[in-house]
Design a protein around this ligand. Structure first.
Ligand code: NIG
Length: 387
C-alpha cells in the first residue's frame, strides 16, 4: 500500500455499499491507496502505508468532476461583464471576441493560459474535467485547441458549432456543411465528444442535429448546449439524439422534464452562468423529483461564467436551484461522472481513481454554509497531491 489518507472525520464515498445513505458516508475512516487507485476504505488508524496524510478529523469528499468547461482560450471580456452588470443582455455574439484573441494566440500562450486555469481548478477541488473547443472555428484552430485540451483530459469536446464565424456571416447552413465535411474530420481524432450551441443567435435544431449526427457517425458521443437563454428545442433534441448531457437547462417546461426523466441524458446545470449573466435560476428540485439524473458544472469560460469555483456552484445550487447539500455534492461528483459516462471517477469505492479532496471543514455542508470561503485544503489526483 503506497498511501493512506487517515483520521478522516467524515468521509463521503458516494458508494452506498460502503457507508450510509446515497453518499455512502463513513465516520472516522481512512482511504487506502495503491498507485492511482483506491484499494480499501478502512477504519481510522488501522492501516500502515509508505506515506500517510493526516486529515485530522476533517471531511474528505470525492474530487469534483467538472463536466462542462471551455478552458482553452485567450483574451479577456471583463468589460463585457461590467456592461452586463450595468444592464446589457448576454448574447451569443460575444463569443467572436474570444475567437479573434484565440486565433491570434500561439500554441505556447494557449497552453500556458489553460495550464494556469487547470491549476486554479485543482485548487478548487476539481480532479477530472471536460474541455471544449469552440473558440477557433476553423479546421486548423479547432484541432489545435482540442490537441491542447488533450494535455489535460481525454474528455475533449469538439464545439465547432459554437457560433457562426465571421467568414460565414449570414451563411449558417454553409458553415454547418463545411463543419461536417472539413472541420469535423480534422477535429475528431482529438475529441471524445461533439457538442453544439442550440440557441437563438447560434444554431437551430436542424443544424445542431446535423452536427451531432455527423459527430456520432465518426464515433464521438453527443452533448448539447440547450435552453440557456430562453426556452427552445435543445433539451428535446439532446434526448432525441441520445446525448450524454443537456447543458444549461435554465428554461425547462414540463415536456422537457418528462423527456429528461425518461432518458439517459443528464440535465447539467451551470448555476455560475445564470449568476454571471443575470438569468433566472432553473428549478432543479422539479427535475430531481421527476427522476432525471442531474449534474452541476462550472462552465468556466471568458464570456458567461469565468470561474473554476465548484464551491460557488454548490452554494448557488442549494440556495437558488433548491437542491439539498447532499444532492449538490452528488451532482458535482457522481453526477459529473455520469454526464461524461465515466465510472472510474466521482466516487471513492474500491477500484476508483484516487481523486479526492480534503476540506478544511468538518462537513461538506460547509461548502454552502460558508459561502466564498476557500475550504479546499488538499486535492489528490490519481493519488498525487496537487494543491
Ligand atoms: O456555455 N453558451 C455558449 N457557450 C458558453 C459561453 C461562451 C462565451 O460567451 O464565450 C456557455 O455559456
Amino acid at each position: 500500500v503506497s498511501l493512506v489518507v487517515d483520521r478522516i472525520g467524515l468521509l463521503v464515498t458516494n458508494d452506498p455499499t460502503i457507508g450510509d445513505g446515497p453518499l455512502g458516508v463513513r465516520r472516522d475512516a481512512a482511504v487506502v491507496i495503491d498507485g492511482e487507485h483506491v484499494v480499501e476504505i478502512a477504519d481510522a488508524g488501522t492501516i500502515a502505508a509508505d506515506e500517510r496524510i493526516d486529515a485530522d478529523g476533517r471531511c474528505v469528499i470525492p474530487g469534483f468532476v467538472d463536466s462542462h468547461t471551455h478552458l482553452v482560450f485567450a483574451g479577456d471580456r471583463g468589460d463585457e461583464f461590467a456592461a452586463r452588470m450595468a444592464g446589457a443582455p448576454y448574447a451569443a455574439g460575444g463569443i467572436r471576441t474570444t475567437v479573434d484573441a484565440t486565433r491570434a494566440a500561439s500554441d505556447d500562450e494557449l497552453i500556458d493560459l489553460a495550464s494556469m486555469r487547470r491549476r486554479e481548478a485543482a485548487r478548487a477541488g476539481i480532479t477530472a474535467l471536460e474541455i471544449k473547443s469552440g473558440y477557433g472555428l476553423t479546421a486548423h484552430d479547432e484541432a489545435r485547441c482540442l490537441r491542447i485540451g488533450r494535455w489535460f483530459t481525454n474528455d475533449t469536446t469538439f464545439l465547432g458549432a459554437h457560433v457562426v464565424p465571421p467568414e460565414f456571416d449570414g451563411r449558417a447552413d454553409d458553415y454547418v456543411t463545411h463543419l461536417r465535411d472539413v472541420m469535423l474530420p480534422a477535429a475528431a481524432p482529438h475529441a471524445r465528444w461533439v457538442d453544439a450551441f442550440c440557441e437563438r443567435g447560434a444554431f437551430d435544431a436542424d443544424q445542431c442535429r446535423a452536427v451531432i449526427r455527423a459527430g456520432q457517425a465518426l464515433g464521438l458521443g453527443g452533448r448539447l448546449h440547450a435552453n440557456q437563454l430562453g426556452h427552445g428545442p435543445g433539451v428535446a433534441l439532446a434526448v432525441e439524439l441520445g446525448c450524454a448531457s443537456a447543458d444549461h437547462c435554465t428554461y425547462l417546461d414540463d415536456d422537457d422534464i418528462a423527456a429528461l426523466a425518461g432518458s439517459d441524458t443528464v440535465a447539467t446545470f451551470l448555476p455560475a452562468t445564470d449568476f454571471s449573466t443575470r438569468q433566472p435560476y432553473p428549478d432543479a428540485r422539479r427535475v430531481i423529483d421527476a427522476g432525471a439524473s442531474v449534474a452541476i458544472a462550472t462552465n468556466c469560460n471568458p464570456g458567461s461564467s469565468y470561474t473554476t469555483s465548484m464551491s460557488l456552484c454548490i452554494a448557488l445550487a442549494v440556495r437558488d436551484l433548491r437542491m439539498t447539500p447532499d444532492e449538490a455534492l452528488l451532482a458535482t461528483t457522481s453526477g459529473g461522472a455520469r454526464a461524461l459516462r465515466r465510472t472510474d471517477v466521482g466516487h471513492l469505492g474500491v477500484g476508483a481513481r484516487a481523486d479526492l479532496v480534503v476540506l478544511d471543514a468538518p462537513s461538506y455542508t460547509h461548502l454552502v454554509y460558508r459561502p466564498g470561503v476557500p475550504l479546499v485544503a488538499m486535492t489528490l489526483v490519481g493519488g498525487l497531491a496537487l494543491a
